[in-house]
Design a protein around this ligand. Structure first.
Ligand code: FAD
Ligand code: NAD
Length: 465
């Protein structure tokens, strides 16, 4: 029987990063993955393929709607959906093969099969061959799966999750999206750009409800301009399929029954922690009321040599959060004292305009009774935005009223997914709004909006509005 210092179950961004860090720290490491490709949800059916389709559909929309504004006449533009989907798969394949290379380079043993606990130091792997390995420590990194509503039967043809939406055989005529969160908006925008009518049915009174209210408002305004339809404050009560037609029934905030008819329904109401097949009972590992593995501040379960990271535990379901946790656990096992500031894990929505946030929202500061000041700068006032034609959005900086320390940064606009890194850096070093305001930002760039918002927060002295 092979013996390891550490075994990791699941090869998503949490698991494979944990494996690399463990190997770097000199541990004999094994990783177990039930699918034939490494990389988990993120690389196979999440972050990477969704961004590939967002980029491709953005090019298509630009060719149809915006090239003309730049004086480029391309004649008739047509869509080759099959090629777009196969390009996406090519990007996925290249990326997942990259993880195989990294496992090999770091001398990590890869086992393909379903890992389940035999006891606290032995894992059975059911794959092509059934094997058992021994591990002093184990990291559970088994991720998550799409959630649904109790009355919905996902047929994965017309009533689908994000996984099927990444490889549809045709552009829907009318896609009804249940859930105005990250997946609903990103994939909804892909199909809207490709020519579908898209209606988003959202339970709350705003889209991206966990982000700053100003971002929800701005994104809704832009999406409505792009002719996406929204039914906010609508609780879905039933989903039915009749041949190629689907019907979503909902109740609006006045209690009226409403029906939406289309040809595809994308169910995007969140994801659930995935522990099926792990045989947690064999070792007595505790889960919470939402099925997530319970961990302490060191991400250790109630069984001291077994840790858990990523989507399978509490917290934001984000690839970079899982990665940080993978590194943290490896370093803790090596006797180091690492730390993650969960307040500074940024959140990004890759629609266009993009949406990005870090730290506290205005709603959270109000609720906590923190006295703060706010500085906001519109993208349309930037030379860079006018040059590219991307004038929607803003940067908003929230700072402590007395100390000027930056408490939250919220952005909508072109390339803000990349701009948010400046805010994370500033907040990691506990910068004041004035610190950011006094830094030189290259001209002309979208990043100038960060400086201007900081100037506005510091002393209401933005220069270009
Ligand atoms: P996962 O990536 O889910 O990996 C878990 C792995 O464990 C899987 O490969 C699974 O097969 C394997 N596994 C499970 N049980 C067993 C077992 N018993 N034995 C062996 N293997 C097992 N996040 C971002 O930060 N940015 C984005 O842009 C983004 N876009 C997304 C788009 C979509 C459409 C979706 C669905 C998600 C997106 N996410 C994004 C979320 C991101 O994918 C997850 O937060 C991330 O993958 C979590 O990583 P993880 O390592 O915890 O788990
Ligand atoms: P989400 O939590 O972002 O959004 C779900 C939405 O569905 C919420 O707005 C919620 O109010 C709504 N909802 C819930 N029940 C409903 C009902 N009965 N009727 C109507 N609306 C209802 O979840 P998601 O979009 O499914 O994404 C799942 C996870 O994947 C998220 O946690 C997210 O972090 C991650 N993800 C991240 C990215 C990214 O980082 N860009 C992209 C995709 C997914």
């Amino acid at each position: 029987m092979s013996s390891y210092d550490v075994a990791i179950i699941g090869s998503g961004p949490g698991g494979y990063v944990a494996a690399i860090r463990c190997a770097q720290l000199g541990m004999k490491t094994a990783i177990i993955e039930k699918y034939s490709t490494l990389g988990g949800t993120c690389l196979n059916v999440g972050c990477i393929p969704s961004k590939a389709l967002l980029d491709s559909s953005h090019h298509y929309e630009d060719a149809i709607k915006h090239f003309e504004d730049h004086g480029i006449d391309v004649g008739e533009v047509s869509l080759n959906l099959e090629k777009m989907i196969s390009r996406k798969q090519g990007v996925v394949d290249m990326t997942t093969k990259g993880i195989e290379f990294l496992m090999d380079k770091n001398k990590i043993d890869v086992y393909q099969g379903v890992g389940s606990f035999k006891d606290a130091t032995h894992i059975d792997i059911a794959g092509e061959k059934n094997v058992t390995i021994e591990a002093k420590n184990t990291i559970i990194a088994t991720g998550s799966k799409p959630s649904t509503l109790p009355f919905i039967t996902l047929d994965k043809e017309r009533i689908i999750t994000s996984t099927e939406a990444l490889k549809l055989p045709e552009v829907p005529k009318h896609m009804i999206v249940i859930g105005g969160g990250v997946i609903g908006l990103e994939l909804g925008q892909v199909y809207k750009r490709l020519g579908a009518e898209v209606t988003v049915v959202e339970y709350m009174d705003r889209i991206i409800p966990t982000m700053d209210g100003a971002q929800s408002k701005e994104l809704l305004k832009v999406f409505k301009k792009q002719k996406m339809k929204f039914a906010l404050s609508h609780g879905v009560t039933a989903v039915e399929r009749n041949g190629d037609e689907v019907t979503v029934k909902a109740t609006d905030k006045k209690g009226h029954d409403v029906e939406f008819k289309g040809d595809y329904v994308l169910v995007a109401v969140g994801r659930r922690a995935y522990t099926d097949g792990l045989n947690l009972d064999a070792v007595g590992i505790k889960t919470d009321d939402r099925g997530r593995v319970e961990v302490n501040a060191h991400l250790q379960t109630n069984v001291s040599n077994i840790y858990a990271i990523g989507d399978v535990i509490k917290g934001a379901m984000l690839a970079h959060k899982a990665e940080e946790e993978g590194t943290l656990v490896a370093e803790i096992m090596a006797g180091q004292k690492p730390h993650i500031d969960y307040n500074l894990i940024p959140g990004v929505v890759y629609t266009w305009p993009e949406v990005a946030s870090v730290g506290k929202t205005e709603e959270q500061l109000k609720e906590a009774g923190v006295e703060y000041k706010s500085g906001q700068f519109p993208m349309r006032a930037l030379g860079r935005s006018r040059a590219s034609g991307d004038t929607d959005g803003f940067v908003k900086i929230l700072a402590d009223k007395t100390t000027d320390e930056v408490l939250g940064v919220h952005m909508v606009g072109a390339r803000v997914a990349d701009l948010i890194a400046e805010a994370v850096t500033a907040m990691e070093f506990r910068a004041s709004a004035e610190d950011i305001a006094r830094m030189s930002h290259a001209h002309p760039t979208y990043a100038e909006a960060v400086k201007e918002a900081a100037l506005a927060a510091t002393a209401d002295r933005a220069l270009h509005v």
